[in-house]
Structure formats: C-alpha cells, structure tokens
Design a protein around this ligand. Sequence first.
Ligand SMILES: *Cc1c(COP(=O)(O)O)cnc(C)c1O
Length: 233
Amino acid sequence: MSIKENITKIKTDLAVLGVKLVAVSKTKSNEDIMEAYDAGQRVFGENHVQELVAKYESLPKDIQWHLIGHLQTNKVKYIAPFIHLIESVDSLKLLQEINKQALKNNRVIDCLLQVYIADEETKFGFAYDELIELLRSEEYGALKNIRIVGLMGIATNTEVERQIIEEFKELAVLYTGVKQSFFRNEDSFHEISMGMSSDYKLAVENGSTMVRLGSTIFGKRVVKHFKNKEDAN
Ligand SMILES: *Cc1c(COP(=O)(O)O)cnc(C)c1O
C-alpha cells in the first residue's frame, strides 16, 4: 500500500477510537512526508534535532512537529521556536532548559514526561519514584514556560505480548495516579503516548491516546550509521 493509503486507513481506524496519530518520519524524505501531508496528516515525529530543524525549514508551516527521541540540553535552543510537543522529557535539567528557551521565545512549550516502563537498559525515562519526586519538587513548581500534558512510554521490544500489555497497563495506571495527585483540575494533562508500529494495537486497547507510527506508514527505515553516539539522539 502507498503512504497515502496507509495514512488514510490508520487515521480512520484511530479516529473512531479517539486516538491521535503521530507519523514518525525520521530518515524519511520530504517527498514521503508530503505524501502523508497531502493525505491530511499534520502531526509528525522526529528523533534527531538536526534533521527535524531541516525538515521544519523546508516543509509547510502548519505541520505540528513532535520531538520523540532523547534530547540533549544543548540542542533545545534549535527547536524551541517552533516545536509543538516534546514527548521525551527525561530529566529536571532538560525541563529547566526547555523552560529557559521557551521563555526566550516568549512561549510555553508542551511536554510529555517519558517514563521508563521497559525491561531494557537502553531506554531513557523517569523511574516511577523519580517522576513523583520531580512533580513534588520546588524546582519543577518554579517552571512557568513549560506545560506537562501527559506521559510517554516505550514498551520492551519483545514478542511476548503479555509483557507488553503489562507495561502499557502500568503506564496507564501511573497516568491516572499522577493526574489525580498533581493535575486534577487541569484538562490539559490528558495524553498517554504509547504504541509504535509493532505494538500500537495493544497500546490502544490499554489506554493510549497517542500512537507514534513510522514503518507501518512509511515502510521500513534504512538504518543510519552515525559518526558518534551523540549524533544519534
Ligand atoms: C522510531 C520511533 C517510533 C516509530 O517506530 P516504528 O516501529 O517505525 O513505528 C516511535 N517512537 C519512538 C520513540 C521512536 O524513536
């Protein structure tokens, strides 16, 4: 199926369930992105700052860009003027830098707190107790130019469905607890971003409000080789 057909079908299926689609366009060309755009898609996700900025500059300005990968503090300034949602906030230090750059740009930047739900060492994110500690802290309370609109998680890359379901359920339960304790009167806290191509159906069944799909829409990615690990954010 073409990108256009994929977008149309998936968007329709998700819309029925009230779930938003983030089209993950990392490594994909502007032509591929425009095919999705012409099919009505406006929300795109990238995990590499340099690539994101280049695409932002050359593509239509009504695209809502999400940063979905680990973000280094020294790169926040490049995306602060335009980023729609930073899904992968994984430290107070990063949140403080986002706040600082948002202030410089005279705006409030929406963020998701990434929670570590996987049984893998490579995944970034807050542990549960770290998340609660952050939300209770004075440092967090002082940040006026960021807005936390929900949580994000990446499940273990495994064939074991039972485990993936468990992890998604844990994130949904945590979300409900955090909402009750810290965001009870804030309608803006409403997103659980979970689910990728391999597991989004399970994610949706277990409370996801936003899925991040790359290969299901655009086809397989060619693996890029970076000069060093820092470039691979
Ligand atoms: C690449 C990526 C995705 C999309 O992965 P697919 O398996 O191609 O759907 C989703 N979320 C994050 C954080 C990613 O880095």
